[in-house]
Design a protein around this ligand. Sequence first.
Ligand SMILES: Cc1cc2nc3c(=O)[nH]c(=O)nc-3n(C[C@H](O)[C@H](O)[C@H](O)COP(=O)(O)OP(=O)(O)OC[C@H]3O[C@@H](n4cnc5c(N)ncnc54)[C@H](O)[C@@H]3O)c2cc1C
Length: 338
Amino acid sequence: MKVLLLDQATFPRRKVCGCCLNRHTLSALAAAGLGDLPAKFGAVPLHSTLLAAGGRTAAVRLPGGVSVSREAFDAALMDVARAAGVTVRTGVRVRMTAPHTLTAGDDVIRARVVIDATGLNGRLTDSDIEVRPGSRIGAGTVITTDHAFYQPGTIYMATGRGGYVGLVRLEDGRLDAAAAFDAGFVRDAGSLPTAAERTLHEAGLPLPELHAADWKGTPPLTRRPTSVAGPGWFAVGDAAGYVEPFTGEGMAWAIAGAVALAPIAARAVERWDDSLAAEWVAVHRSIVGRRQAVCRLTARVLRSPLACRMLVRGLRVLPGLANPFVRALNRPTSSPGI
Ligand SMILES: Cc1cc2nc3c(=O)[nH]c(=O)nc-3n(C[C@H](O)[C@H](O)[C@H](O)COP(=O)(O)OP(=O)(O)OC[C@H]3O[C@@H](n4cnc5c(N)ncnc54)[C@H](O)[C@@H]3O)c2cc1C
């Protein structure tokens, strides 16, 4: 098929992200024939998460997964698309102005099918976005530091009153920091790095040099559009709804969603039929919606600092407590597309 990939950003772009691909993400990549991709860019194998709350830590073993910078991962995905014959145009902002019609400045592009993968900030279609009241905002940076505490292969997760910060070493040795905060907590702290430092301090993790770093924020995270499909279009990834990243699964939802959407989109290219939109709504709900509900519930329970401290204490005594949860997060999607 003739595929045109348009992005308003030029690459490498800055993306606030925890940069961890769990086993679910890796199995979704493998289902797309891209199982060998992470090894090509030297992704760092992950073996554990160190959860920190109230000055105590507990280690949770991970069944696999890797960390990788978004610069390297996004570039690798773009290369794969180009090699498969996709035409890539960056620095182009588009809007869907009528069914099967995209407008970019004075250019009008007709497409048999439009896939809206415009992320959290995207406004490709006229679908309204419902933002969950009290939703946290995201923040992130990547720093160069030789701080000895932060070792490759471990995700360091600091939880506190105003949110949480995850830190992980990337393939080039830099340290990625990604966070979700209550907006009021950031306002009181005065800046994103101060909010991050307060959270690390409260959790009892050492402070790397976060203050000099260039931080980027996001809009409120937990949201969903009123629809994930309409005449001639389907939404996937964050554009189809997102839940704050406590479980670090956004890329899994996006990639597993894309793999499941591909056969439906292929039928739509042959002939559009409104039942295809209804089919995608149902498939999306079953493969992504349920997992997002678990993430939403987890994030809600762990909003309480007391719950976080009790969890860490429990895990120190019984580390196996986390196993069923970790297994569920990492389980591959079973759907017609995968
Ligand atoms: C704090 C934080 C930590 C996270 N940690 C993790 C993690 O560890 N693991 C994980 O799996 N996920 C994580 N995520 C989630 C993950 O980053 C996203 O779920 C994932 O990047 C979604 O991919 P996407 O392709 O849907 O959107 P994006 O990666 O946001 O891409 C959307 C693209 O659309 C383009 N665009 C937008 N509007 C237009 C337009 N009108 N015209 C043209 N182009 C447009 C943008 O330029 C952008 O490049 C985290 C997210 C946050 C906020």
